[in-house]
Design a protein around this ligand. Structure first.
Ligand SMILES: O=C(O)CCC(=O)C(=O)O
Ligand SMILES: [Mn+2]
Length: 200
């Protein structure tokens, strides 16, 4: 597939070896014990197809009250710390940026997807978004600043890291579908996406 022509959008495919991916999954299991996955609903009350949790100072929440960052999990517990391996990756890929304050954890089963949206609940939009794919492949769609504009698609594979800066930072994007059984990383299949953001 031809590389995306969207400016300020990079994919790094060599960041996490299979061994490092397994270590990362192990670290996430510890996070999810403290902050279990939950099923968010949109402000209109429609359940999202992904299940979510987070690590860091803030977690991103969607419920009937709206979209926002919260310092605690819906259980009232603080979010776990962002695994060090992710902070190291962030420092090496975007050294000029502030450290991430949220690592959103999205879990996709084989039918889950994510509609086209902009990431825009953060205070400082000059800071990058970095996201990591683990497990089954996902068809990622990247657009531009207007909903319904021209888009390009690319399959994200386990271990791929996407960096969105500049114009890509505010571009519409989403996940159209998962390719079931395309990775052996997660014993029960599915996909994990980790999205790291500076919140304040
Ligand atoms: O799952 C992905 O790769 C994208 C996730 C995403 O865009 C988000 O959580 O804002
Ligand atoms: Mn997003």
């Amino acid at each position: 597939m031809a590389p995306l022509s969207v400016r300020d959008f990079e994919i790094h495919s060599e960041n996490f070896s299979p061994k490092h991916q397994r270590r990362l999954v192990e670290a996430l299991r510890h996070c999810l014990k403290q902050a279990p996955l939950f099923q968010p609903v949109t402000p209109r009350g429609t359940p999202m197809s992904v299940r979510m949790s987070a690590a860091g100072t803030y977690g991103w929440i969607s419920d009937r009250t709206g979209y926002r960052y919260e310092p605690v999990h819906p259980s009232g517990q603080a979010w776990p710390a962002i695994p060090e391996v992710l902070l190291d990756m962030w420092r090496s890929l975007v050294p000029q940026a502030r450290l991430p304050e949220c690592c959103l954890i999205n879990w996709y089963d084989e039918t889950a997807k994510m509609g086209m949206h902009q990431d825009r609940d953060e205070a400082d939009m000059t800071q990058p978004v970095v996201s990591v794919s683990l497990g089954d492949e996902a068809l990622f769609r990247m657009g531009n600043q207007t909903r319904g504009g021209k888009t390009e698609s690319i399959w994200l594979r386990s271990g791929d890291v996407v960096v969105m800066t500049g114009s890509a930072r505010t571009a519409y994007h989403g996940i159209d579908r998962i390719r079931p059984n395309s990775s052996a990383l997660l014993p029960n299949g599915g996909r994990i996406n980790l999205t790291l953001r500076v919140v304040t």
